[in-house]
Ligand binder design. Structure first.
Ligand code: FAD
Length: 386
């Protein structure tokens, strides 16, 4: 396991135990099957309850609701180890932990917590998070999905797109304008009349993750399904902060898998009577990959400490998500070069990671949007509106 600066020594015993058990799971349960699922654009749904058994669907959720009750560094390490297998698998996990369980736990009523959280933490239920709309991606504040009150009933109309887990989700945390015009979180359940989840097909990225739309056609929403404290776009952004934090760790896992594959390949591949690892240009690539992975590891470790103390800011999380995903994309591209023609083959994980990371760099705030968040933090001037 790539750990050039002995960051392992900074981890607690619990952090290390969790990391080791998830690493073993990835090596034995994800790596052997994932290429075949990605090639067929199929989602290995059977892994969701297995994640539940491993205790990684509600990593920071208290035990009282079926969670593991671990800290944020453990959560980060889980994301890293699962993404060493595949970014799509980590996406499923991020959505369930940060975008479904976390908002229900943080903004929900006691009845909502008891009804949904244990089943989400065990993997009996799969969840999804609907914020993005066809005409409102980077600017969710413009959303048009709307709840209106008609004859005492709350009726939801609108749609969401590019929603991870949507086609199979049992529960959806959805954001829409309430009758007062404020954005509010709502819990929808599969089977509600007028609620459908069409699949988005033809993806070249995150092929082993199920992505879809959420369509609301006069869906009658019971009052008890509103998340009472999930009010305003800021509440949705708080969920995203948690998910982006996990992505900053997860991207390192994809980078490590590419780097380690390239090191092993370079030692074995002979050209001009030498292993290609003996050429300076290969060594430059490997040395730079290791340098960038190490810097990224230090960023997330410190961010994890701040997060455990409740001090990690949105701007710090933006810096880490943006920088670490860009790092992972660069590492994947360099690793692909080292493998030559084999770099594009499904016999190696690199091209799959590279294609997956093209989604990771876009979702949960694009590379440029995170740059603008940092720009606003530095200057005090938000440049989003030009
Ligand atoms: P746009 O907002 O249209 O942006 C297009 C380009 O314009 C980008 O390069 C962007 O950086 C740039 N841009 C936009 N505004 C500005 C500006 N002010 N200044 C400079 N440049 C700007 N969403 C969910 O709600 N839930 C999910 O589970 C989910 N899963 C996803 C899974 C996948 C595989 C993908 C691809 C997306 C997923 N998304 C999800 C949606 C994702 O969050 C959005 O795609 C993302 O926020 C960008 O929105 P957009 O695609 O509409 O792009």
């Amino acid at each position: 396991m790539t750990d050039f600066f002995n960051i392992d020594e900074l981890l607690s015993k619990e952090n290390r135990l969790i990391r080791e058990s998830v690493a073993e799971f990835t090596d034995t349960e994800i790596k052997p099957i994932i290429d075949s699922y990605a090639q067929r654009a199929a989602f290995p749904a059977y892994l969701v309850p297995r994640f539940g058994e491993l205790g990684i669907l509600g990593v920071t959720l208290p035990d009282q609701y079926g969670g593991t009750g671990a800290d944020y560094i453990s959560y980060g390490l889980v994301c890293q180890e699962i993404e060493r297998g595949d970014s799509g698998m980590r996406s499923t996990l991020s959505v369930q932990n940060s975008l479904v369980i976390w908002p229900i736990y943080t903004f929900g009523t006691e009845a909502q917590k008891e009804k949904y959280l244990p089943k989400l933490a065990s993997g009996e239920y799969l969840g999804c998070f609907g914020l993005t709309e066809p005409d409102h991606g980077s600017n969710p504040a413009g959303m048009q999905s709307r709840l209106i009150e008609t004859e005492g009933d709350l009726i939801l109309n609108g749609s969401k797109t590019w929603i991870s887990n949507a086609p199979l989700a049992d529960v959806a945390v959805v954001w829409a304008r309430n009758p007062a015009g404020r954005v509010q979180g709502i819990i929808l359940e599969r089977g509600m009349e007028g609620f459908t989840t069409p699949v988005i097909a033809n993806k070249w990225s995150l092929r082993a993750s199920a992505t879809g739309e959420l369509v609301f056609d006069n869906v009658k929403v019971p009052e008890e399904n509103l998340l009472p404290d999930a009010l305003g776009v800021g509440a949705a952004l708080q969920c995203l902060d948690n998910a982006r934090y996990g992505i900053a760790w997860g991207a390192i896992g994809a980078a490590i898998d590419c780097y380690e594959t390239a090191v092993e390949y370079a030692a074995q591949r002979i050209q001009f009577d030498k292993p290609i690892a003996a050429f300076q240009l290969t060594q430059k690539k490997l040395a730079e990959m290791l340098t960038e992975i190490t810097k990224a590891q230090l960023v997330v470790w410190r961010l994890g400490v701040l997060k455990n103390e409740g001090r990690a800011t949105s701007a710090q999380i933006s810096l880490a998500k943006r920088s670490n995903v860009a790092m992972a994309l660069n590492v994947a591209r360099e690793a692909r070069q080292i493998l030559g023609g084999n770099g594009i083959s499904g016999d190696y994980p690199i091209m799959r990671h590279l294609m997956n990371l093209e989604s990771v760099v876009t979702y949960e705030g694009t590379h440029d949007i995170h740059l603008l968040i940092l720009g606003a933090e530095i200057t005090g001037i938000p440049a989003f509106k030009g």
